[in-house]
Design a binder for this molecule. Structure first.
Ligand SMILES: CC(=O)N[C@H]1[C@@H](OP(=O)(O)OP(=O)(O)OC[C@H]2O[C@@H](n3ccc(=O)[nH]c3=O)[C@H](O)[C@@H]2O)O[C@H](CO)[C@H](O)[C@@H]1O
Ligand SMILES: [Mn+2]
Length: 351
């Protein structure tokens, strides 16, 4: 009422004639129009990858409730096939978290840690303890050639545990890129499959920097690659060698997904890992390797089996001139971040 003092007679209850009533409605519409217009402008500026190129930084990110409305009103909330597109602060995510958090869910996080990548594992685990499904039962499965890396063990919260699984040493990413999905597939056919409901495969050269909750849970979950979000389809680096089993035709494909973070229920993940491994082994036998390595096979599979839940680039982010601007960063790739730095900055960051 204080907003419209002129609508109220000084004597007490509101008594307006028709002209006053019309005037009030007009003013009200003006105010609504003004606020909506501002929100739309803010979201347009903040959502576009060009804002990065032009040097616009986090100052554009709205940190109060209005940012939630921005996410809801301007960013896509679902895919063309009806799967949710997940932005952690959206109303959909709040609802999904509330719905799923009450169930007794067991979630596994599966990472490969071989050779020099052992330097990432502790930091990765600390950050996951802080941000990854807090309060839920989480098991970290660490496939490693050097279990001593985890000695002394990282202290974990209640309901959370770690299992170290042996992996033979496979020097060089060239060889490892052929093997990671095979190793993951084997691990999932073993005891992991009975111990958890959901499993997420994750690169260990990453850090959780914001909350990642039950909103990420789905039957088959893939994450949008931050450099190709909102890019036209013809920019996606799908495999184009016809002899590769990861090859994608020009009229195929909806999104380009990252291999840094994907998951789902155990049955779906067993299928994904088995089928991708078969494609990789088939190409290896034919002496072909897709240019995007593992990521190409994952993308091929996800064209044939569309994910039921698509995570926005909030869940796979690093700073580069091409990266989409996101309302909140939740999981960032330290390795890919390093790749995006110039030589000077790499030396400064010691990476
Ligand atoms: C090694 C390599 O060429 N990485 C390239 C690959 O990053 P990616 O992020 O695709 O691969 P990555 O180097 O992070 O390797 C994937 C994951 O495999 C595991 N792992 C990998 C290698 C290793 O020696 N030990 C180990 O444990 C580890 O969990 C790692 O997180 O693509 C990027 C661009 O998209 C950059 O070009 C990276 O330089
Ligand atoms: Mn990585």
């Amino acid at each position: 009422m204080a907003l419209f003092p002129f609508c109220k007679s000084p004597a007490g209850p509101v008594r307006m004639n028709r002209i006053q009533l019309l005037l009030c409605c007009f003013l009200l519409s003006l105010i609504i129009y003004f606020f909506n217009g501002r929100k739309a402008a803010a979201s347009l500026e903040s959502a576009h990858p060009l804002s990065q190129v032009l040097g616009m930084k986090d100052g554009m990110i709205l940190k109060d409730m209005s940012s939630m409305k921005t996410v809801d009103s301007k960013t896509p909330q679902e895919t063309s096939w009806g799967a949710p597109m997940v932005w952690g602060d959206s109303h959909n995510s709040v609802w999904r978290r509330a719905k799923l958090s009450e169930r007794g869910i067991r979630v596994g996080l599966l990472a490969l840690v071989v050779g020099t990548y052992a330097r990432f594992v502790r930091h990765f685990l600390y950050s996951a303890e802080n941000h990854f499904l807090p309060g839920q039962m989480v098991t970290y499965y660490i496939l490693t050639d050097n279990p001593r890396t985890l000695d002394p063990p990282v202290e974990l919260g209640p309901g959370r545990q770690m299992k170290v699984l042996p992996a033979a040493e496979l020097p060089g990413w060239d060889r490892l890129a052929y093997r990671r999905m095979v190793l993951f597939a084997e691990a999932l056919w073993g005891s992991i499959g009975k111990e958890v409901n959901y499993i997420f495969c994750v690169d260990v050269d990453q850090e959780f920097v914001g909350p990642v909750g039950e909103e990420i849970l789905g039957d088959l979950v893939a994450t949008l690659h931050p450099e190709f979000f909102e890019m036209p389809r013809n920019n996606f680096p799908y495999e184009d060698q016809e002899e590769s089993s990861a090859c994608v035709e020009e009229d195929e494909g909806d999104y380009y997904y990252t291999s840094e973070f994907y998951g789902g229920v155990v049955s779906q993940m067993r299928r994904l890992l088995r089928e991708c491994s078969l494609l990789i082994l088939q190409d290896e036998a034919n002496k072909v390797m897709a240019k995007g390595l593992e990521e190409s096979y994952l993308n091929r599979y996800l064209i044939d089996h569309r994910p039921t839940c698509v995570l926005s680039p909030e869940y796979s982010w690093w700073d580069s001139p091409l990266t989409a601007h996101v309302p909140k960063k939740r999981l960032i790739s330290l390795g890919r971040q390093c790749e995006a730095y110039d030589i000077e900055k790499r030396e400064l960051q010691r990476c």
